[in-house]
Design a protein around this ligand. Structure first.
Ligand code: HXC
Ligand code: NAP
Length: 268
């Protein structure tokens, strides 16, 4: 995307937008002149993220809320709507993950990841619906290769992200009639992120990841943000219901084997 002037003054709401990939997306829209709202649990992360967005020249709003709490999500959306008006771009990227074999995963461990990733994304999208610009809004879910490829020790994340992919397609069908496009980005391994710290915690594991990527490198925050900008631009005006891998080709050969990266809790 060379010309991002389309986004000047538009309202971009990023759920889970205070670190990593989602913050990278928020920053890209801020640089393009958008008004950006970021929402996550930690008040410190929220404050720092909003200050950073303002330092890029954007009008920014940070709100502390947990995507598992529909009332809190609705209040956050209302606050953002009151400040910046209808939402032009909605990004839903809050997630939690860890490596755990299914047989050692407690009911609450499974439920927690599904509640954050899948149920949380439903809350964000559903509760934002009345505040989305119609026609014209772009909704982007942040998925993962786990949504497509089965991976050992990732039953919680695979189930949650597969649900997100299907929700993307169903809502694209329902909301297309009112001119709202719904897509998902499925990032590959992105350098310097919490996700990679958890899923490839050693230099050896990271080297194996890089070797398995056809493009032979980790992705960057900008690799993902550029596709979010494109998907929300008029150039992508006929794209909806797509789950787009942005992964250097890494998902072509199937899912990663997490067994070598697994450290039993309390052992490390
Ligand atoms: C097994 C675990 C566990 C682990 C937590 N649990 N960590 N089980 N192995 N390593 C279990 C707990 O024992 C508990 O069950 C239940 O999960 C809830 O744990 P809490 O700590 O109470 O939950 P909470 O405080 O809500 O924190 C949620 C979290 C945490 C997901 C556990 O890690 C978190 O906040 N993560 C957010 C940041 C993050 O994960 N970023 C990476 C996203 S990357 P019991 O039964 O004991 O009550 C991503 C990867 C995509 O999504 C793919 C990349 C390639
Ligand atoms: P991250 O930095 O941990 O980002 C997660 C964000 O979600 C944070 O802002 C976090 O802030 C927020 N969050 C977590 N739980 C929340 C909750 N219950 N309610 C509200 N906000 C919550 O991780 P990341 O690695 O950049 O991952 C970002 C997204 O990309 C995720 O959807 C992940 O699945 C996806 N992804 C990542 C990779 C990768 O290589 N890293 C690969 C594929 C897909 P708080 O802690 O303040 O809540």
């Amino acid at each position: 995307m060379h010309d991002t002037s389309f986004f000047a003054g538009r309202h971009v709401f990023v759920a889970g937008g205070t670190s990593g990939i989602n913050l990278g997306i928020a920053q890209a829209f801020a640089r393009a002149g958008a008004h950006v709202t970021v929402m996550s649990r930690s008040p410190d992360k929220v404050r720092q993220a909003a200050e950073g967005l303002e330092a890029l020249g954007a009008q920014a709003l940070g709100i502390s809320a947990d995507v598992r709490d529909p009332a809190a999500v609705e209040a956050a959306l209302r606050q953002a709507h009151g400040r910046f008006g209808d939402i032009d771009v909605l990004i839903s990227g809050a997630a939690g993950n860890f490596i755990a074999p299914a047989k050692d995963l407690s009911p609450n461990g499974f439920k927690t990841v599904v509640d954050i990733d899948l149920n949380g994304s439903f809350h964000v999208l559903r509760l934002a619906w009345p505040m989305l610009r119609k026609p014209g809004a772009s909704v982007i879910n942040i998925s993962a290769p786990q949504g497509t490829n089965p991976m050992r020790y990732q039953v919680h994340a695979c189930a949650a992200k597969a649900g997100i992919d299907m929700m993307t397609r169903v809502l694209a069908m329902e909301w297309g009639e009112e001119g709202v496009r719904v897509n998902a980005i499925s990032p590959g391994p992105i350098a310097g992120t919490e996700g990679m710290r958890r899923l490839a915690p050693s230099p050896e594991a990271l080297a194996n990841v890089v070797a398995s990527v056809p493009l032979q490198r980790m992705g960057t925050l900008d690799d993902i943000a550029n596709v979010a900008l494109f998907l929300s631009s008029p150039q992508a005006g006929y794209v909806t219901g797509a789950v787009i891998p942005v992964d250097g080709g890494s998902s072509l050969s199937g899912g990663r084997d997490m067994r070598a990266s697994y450290v039993p809790r309390g052992a490390g």
